[in-house]
Write a protein that binds this ligand. Structure first.
Ligand code: C5P
Length: 217
């Protein structure tokens, strides 16, 4: 059976997670947070002292799920979202994500998430590599400054400290690594619809993409 897939790619902090969970809820579809797979892998490799060259073996063991009703991520049944959503773990993720063997090890696992009635796939290469046949591909962008401001607000709202300049620098560095890597670099698929969320709120982004989804039906 050909399961419908909507891919949402873009840089960190553009609002992909919020959009994807909103789409998955509105349509009653499944959700794949592929960034969380790379984050879990980066964190596990770091904790176990496994060098990036051996991270592909770890990738095959990850037992992960993403319920759409919450922002939680479960690793072997344990909630781990708070631990993996830091900029530090994002950085660990992007270091293992540059490796072709790691990406190959995660490919089939990501495609397994495509189950009826449909899948919302969130990441960097969902439209270009993993679900290259998807009928609707979205590339959600926002300026680095806006993305850093959103991250700063998120941290302050959670009662944590935040230094804008540091966040901005980290975001630019991760962008550079994701865009310049030779395997599956971050870029819009040729047939992607690009949406800049810099001046939009979450509801406006969701409305726009829901309209695109309806037009495809
Ligand atoms: O989307 P998120 O910020 O959680 O992703 C963390 C990191 O994982 C990204 O910076 C990127 O290096 C990597 N990633 C990737 N391919 C994906 C999803 C994430 O390389 N499909």
């Amino acid at each position: 059976m050909n399961v419908p897939v909507i891919t949402v790619d873009g840089p960190g902090g553009a609002g992909k997670g919020t959009l994807c969970r909103g789409l998955a809820r509105a349509l009653g579809w499944h959700y794949l947070d592929s960034g969380a797979l790379y984050r879990l892998l980066g964190l596990r490799a770091h904790q176990l002292g496994v060098p990036a060259e051996q991270a592909a073996a770890l990738a095959r063991e990850l037992d992960v799920s993403f319920p759409v009703e919450s922002n939680e991520v479960y690793l072997a049944g344990e909630p781990v979202a708070a631990r993996i959503r830091t900029e530090e773990v994002g950085d660990m993720a992007s270091k293992v994500a540059v490796r072709d063997d790691v990406r190959q090890a995660l490919l089939a696992r990501q495609r397994d998430f495509a189950r009826a009635p449909g899948l919302i796939a969130d990441g960097r290469d969902m439209g270009t590599v993993v679900f290259a046949d998807a009928p609707l591909k979205v590339f959600l962008d926002a300026s680095a400054e806006v993305r850093a401001r959103r991250r700063e607000k998120e941290l302050l709202d959670a009662g944590k400290s935040a230094i804008f300049e540091k966040i901005f620098r980290e975001i630019c560095e991760r962008d550079r690594r994701d865009r310049e890597r030779s395997v599956a670099p971050l870029r819009p698929a040729q047939d992607a619809q690009v949406l800049d969320s810099s001046g939009l709120n979450a509801a406006e982004v969701l409305d726009t993409v829901m309209q695109w989804a309806r037009q495809r039906n």
